[in-house]
Write a protein that binds this ligand. Structure first.
Ligand code: 13P
Length: 296
């Protein structure tokens, strides 16, 4: 899309970038945002590396940033103010049905309706309604089958392995992408984690055909597993905790070294600068691993 034609909302649906990723055997990163610094660091890195990018917003982060409209305004302002020309999708992460409608209304370009905790018939029914709304507005829609384990911003999942037949049923509704639980967990992986279930992923891929698959819980998955998952049809990988860990470690270092006590070191723009650089380094590392560099 020519952004100049749609001056007020320059965000794009994730559909095209994910289909290109699927066909090109790489994955686009979804990086969750929490504030201005997070958003700016991710956008600048995507631009520098000429990579498409998806900005993820959980319902909790939506509340924290004063609502979905604030976020749409902030991100669109940054695309213009920072001269960002790579494709950027603004995506609701693990949305309830109500939050999904609110984000569509607010101007998000992509939404995830997480109906995985409903009985499959209800998940299908609600997803079907949202497919229709998103198609009318040209937005991409992510659906989920088989809960992702762990906890993210109050959303707790049991870590079920998705049933391939259920994945097939949801994928045939016309959603853009499908998140399927394959033993992945939000947050840090425990010592005794068994790893991703590639047999399950292969069965899901065979049952769902060409739909781009989404891997949640990207933090801490070993490189070889990421590469194998991409080779088996994963075209979008979500990363949240890892940026939080690197931001906080860099901020801690700044304070522990007493830099805030030197000169104007207390200026928030100085205090937050090392954390921003740390987020950029994490995003760069992930984009290189996922293979999206140069694919804008
Ligand atoms: P992590 O926090 O484990 O990286 O997971 C992110 C995620 O899946 C967002 O939906």
């Amino acid at each position: 899309m020519d952004r100049k034609e749609k001056w007020d909302n320059m965000l794009v649906s994730a559909k095209e970038m994910l289909e290109k990723a699927r066909d090109g055997h790489y994955a686009v990163g979804q990086f969750n945002i929490n504030n201005l610094e997070w958003t700016k660091s991710i956008l600048l890195t995507a631009q520098e590396l000429n990579s498409p990018v998806i900005l993820g917003v959980s319902e909790g982060a939506g509340k924290y940033m004063a609502g979905y409209k604030t976020i749409v305004g902030m991100v669109n302002g940054m695309l213009e103010g920072l001269n960002i020309t790579v494709p950027v999708a603004l995506h609701l992460d693990h949305g309830s049905y109500e939050a999904t409608l609110k984000c569509i209304e607010a101007g998000f370009s992509s939404v995830m309706f997480d109906g995985s905790h409903y009985p499959i018939d209800e998940n299908i029914e609600k997803t079907t309604e949202l497919v229709k709304i998103c198609a009318e507005k040209g937005l991409s829609l992510e659906a989920e089958v088989g809960a992702i384990g762990g906890e993210e911003d109050g959303v707790i999942g049991g870590g079920d392995i998705a049933d391939p037949e259920e994945c097939k049923a949801i994928s045939e509704l016309g959603v853009t992408m499908l998140a399927a639980g394959i033993g992945n967990i939000h947050g840090k992986y425990p010592e005794n984690w068994k790893g991703l279930d590639f047999d399950a992923l292969e069965k899901i891929k065979n049952a769902t055909g060409s739909i781009p698959l989404v891997l949640h819980g990207g933090t801490g998955i070993p490189e070889d597993m990421i590469k194998k998952a991409i080779s088996l049809g994963v075209a979008k990988i979500n990363v949240n905790t890892e940026c939080q860990l690197s931001f906080t470690a860099a901020t801690r270092k700044y304070i522990e070294e007493g830099k805030d006590l030197q000169g104007k070191g207390f200026d928030p723009r100085k205090v937050l600068a090392p954390g921003c650089e740390a987020i950029k380094a994490t995003v760069k590392e992930k984009m290189e691993l996922f293979g999206s560099v140069g694919k804008a």
